[in-house]
Design a protein around this ligand. Sequence first.
Ligand code: AMP
Ligand code: ZN
Length: 312
Amino acid sequence: MDMRAGSTPAENGQTAFRDALIAAGLLIPTGVDGLYGRSGVFEDVVERFNDLITTWGGDDGADVMRFPPGVARHQFEQSGYLKSFPHLAGTVHAFKGDERAHQSLLRRLEEGEEWTDAQMATNVVLTPAACYPVYPTIAERGPLPADGALVDVYSYCFRHEPSLDPARMQLFRMREYVRAGTPEQVMAFRQSWVERGRVLMESLALPVAVDLANDPFFGRAGRMLAASQRDQGLKFELLIPIASAEQPTACLSFNYHQDHFGLLWDLRTPDGAVAHTACVGFGMERVALALFRHHGFDVKAWPAAVRAVLWG
Ligand code: AMP
Ligand code: ZN
């Protein structure tokens, strides 16, 4: 256990929990904070939870879309992500040089010199949230039908936020339902998921609280955006204590974007009005970690009721 001098109790709790997860083999360290392999047991929990989401949301008739964990750079640029979260974005770079450049790369590598500054941007950016490819995709189809759109996505996401907290990863999975339509359709969707999400998580015997939240907008202007997001009640999170009892972790998010993405992508309702959008996001690793924290590392010893919900 790594109880560093100067660490807060929350940090000590995070490090202790991470060490225990690694010792139990549930997380496989790579030497990079926030980048882990996962054991078969961990993955089984993620898959069962993914199925449970479908049990609750599958009858709504969502259009299932699966994207790889990269978005097209031109879409990423248009999405406005760099205005709000430049500190989290991960761009994919690659070698584009000739043989001389290759020799130089190998020499610098050999000599322990910086080599990555010669890498060039590709047209791929790592997906920051599973819903990002959805808005341009549905906007491309023209105006929404009268009942709007409902999409089911599931993707690995990247955020550059290395941390000792095992619940704050750099690459993690997010399952989402995304709704687009009139403000009424979208608000009704979000409200229904705030309620469903709570009941779903309580069926796993986890201690949950739903609270107002904000996104980690960058810089001084970002603080204003965060405050206004809270004032308008645009983001709620379902929180569960994971690594620290004092600072519970957001495991589900319920976001109302108003007309933000509608305006960006020219997404319209049948009467020509700018569409509103919302999404509910499930943090798959965080939910698995919450289950391990509260029910123990031995899934066979989990409460029978929880096992029944997940394994039937
Ligand atoms: P957000 O778009 O920030 O609301 O994220 C949606 C969900 O993804 C959150 O409710 C978390 O459960 C999960 N999530 C966000 N950031 C991370 C992270 N760094 N590591 C693991 N899960 C995360
Ligand atoms: Zn989303």
